[in-house]
Design a protein around this ligand. Structure first.
Ligand SMILES: [Zn+2]
Length: 126
């Protein structure tokens, strides 16, 4: 066996919105994605498809929509399923459970979930 998987929670990072470091209570935090960024990405994809149909060279695909981490209060307009409360992802099994739930959402694969998970857990690539 090549090394055990480190399942230790990496700790709460500074809030993406206000920059305040070190959230102590997971229930104060949340991971969330902006619906308008998802819509912008879709609009960009549609524009590219139309350009391609019109015989134009398509540009690079738009990047995945990042998940924002921070105080729940710093993202007041975000709601589940676009928001995951901190205490629902502070163990690796919980994070896996959230991943499986999110796979039911048709927008999930348009988000940079892998980056979000790797911010909290050091998961090896192989
Ligand atoms: Zn904040």
């Amino acid at each position: 066996m090549s090394g055990d998987l480190d399942t230790t929670f990496g700790g709460w990072r500074a809030c993406d919105a206000c920059g305040e470091a070190g959230l102590r209570d997971p229930s104060e935090g949340a991971l969330s994605v902006a619906i308008d960024q998802l819509e912008e990405r879709r609009a960009e994809l549609r524009t590219q498809e139309e350009a391609e149909r019109g015989g134009e060279q398509a540009g690079p695909l738009p990047g995945l929509v990042p998940w924002d981490w921070g105080h729940r209060d710093c993202f007041p307009d975000r709601q589940p399923p676009y928001l995951i409360e901190g205490e629902r992802m502070d163990t690796l099994p919980e994070m896996m459970a959230r991943t499986l739930q999110l796979l039911d959402e048709d927008w999930f694969l348009e988000t940079a979930w892998e980056d979000a998970v790797r911010r909290f857990y050091s998961i090896p690539f192989e």
